[in-house]
Design a protein around this ligand. Sequence first.
Ligand SMILES: Cc1cc2nc3c(=O)[nH]c(=O)nc-3n(C[C@H](O)[C@H](O)[C@H](O)COP(=O)(O)OP(=O)(O)OC[C@H]3O[C@@H](n4cnc5c(N)ncnc54)[C@H](O)[C@@H]3O)c2cc1C
Length: 378
Amino acid sequence: MTDSNKQEPALVLGAGLMGRLLALSLSQAGHPVRLVDAGAPDGSGAAAWVAAAMLAPLAESAITEPSVVAMGRYALTRWPELIAGLTRPVYFQRNGTLIVWHRQDANEAQRFSGLLAQTGRVLPELPQPQALDGRALGALEPALAQRFHQGLYLPQEGQLDNRQLLQALLDTLAARGVAVEWHTPLTLEQARDLQAAQGGWVLDCRGLGARGDSPETTSSTSTRALRGVRGEVARIHAPDVTLQRPTRLLHPRYPIYIAPKENHVFVIGATEIESDDLSPASVRSTLELLSAAYAVHPGFGEGRILELLTQCRPTLPDNLPAVREVAPRVLQINGLYRHGFMISPALLDAVLEWMQQGRSELAQRLQLRFTPLAVATA
Ligand SMILES: Cc1cc2nc3c(=O)[nH]c(=O)nc-3n(C[C@H](O)[C@H](O)[C@H](O)COP(=O)(O)OP(=O)(O)OC[C@H]3O[C@@H](n4cnc5c(N)ncnc54)[C@H](O)[C@@H]3O)c2cc1C
């Protein structure tokens, strides 16, 4: 589809990760796009602003379903294409994930390796994890030589810079004449009134903001069923630390990840607390995150805490994403949980395909739940 094709208007609710991605693709496909967001222009109302933005399908397979892993694999090749279409660069790398643990936590490592082996049996096309001894680990990640005596390397996994991506999406939208209307919270009902007056599509990408005003339904994929899963992260500037790739520390109580961005900035996270509480990070969580990071590399001791951030991940009861058609040409895309960056390219392409063809083979292939109108409102 090209720019010159006249398409129907599209109203996109929510300018977080999913909303920005969809608004841009729809604008590029020739739809006049209106993009509204309840929050402020700094984007801090979105989970996407806080995220570490790791693209780690194999590492995440220890806690999620094969469908999410498959969507994560899809994203690893799709992100570079999406980024290439933006008006400014976005840091993206595919140097793999490193998993380390302290000697006393060998049981934890065994358990984790067992979970990855299970994934390998279900999805044999995934790259195999590689066991590292101390020497191999030091060769791969010199900053951790001597500190750990074994590890696991998960090849091909990636990450990107969430904030550069969000800004680049905004800039590219602006270059196309699509400006976000900030401080504009809309309910689904208000959006449908606008749709009744103007026609076209409504794409609801409000994350947790979609809770509560969905049409009455008992379905577990209804946005009524959404809950928040609180996460806390520290952004640290640590010039004494150089890591080539996201590194995860296995620990029975304080597992952490350290995602290195450009210029020695590290995103260290993240807690998982069943709560909608958006209050600042707790002392306990901060102590645990930072002590664990210091144990991985003492260079974090002289680092500077740039920010301590809290956000809640929009999560459906089974922790899996869902796309629902809740009225004619009204799609709700939600439940991205802790995998938004890992799965949004697949969601994006599946939604676009569905809008054009009334079905999505991609969604079927990746086992993405896509509920058409008759089923969604039953
Ligand atoms: C601590 C943390 C770490 C994470 N790390 C990773 C990671 O490493 N890898 C990964 O893949 N994912 C990660 N995630 C998950 C990822 O950030 C989310 O899955 C993703 O941001 C969800 O995208 P979304 O567009 O659905 O929601 P959001 O990004 O939350 O955006 C929703 C937008 O809707 C707006 N809105 C709300 N209500 C309304 C309304 N009534 N009207 C208009 N607009 C409204 C909000 O202001 C917001 O801008 C992490 C999340 C957290 C919190």
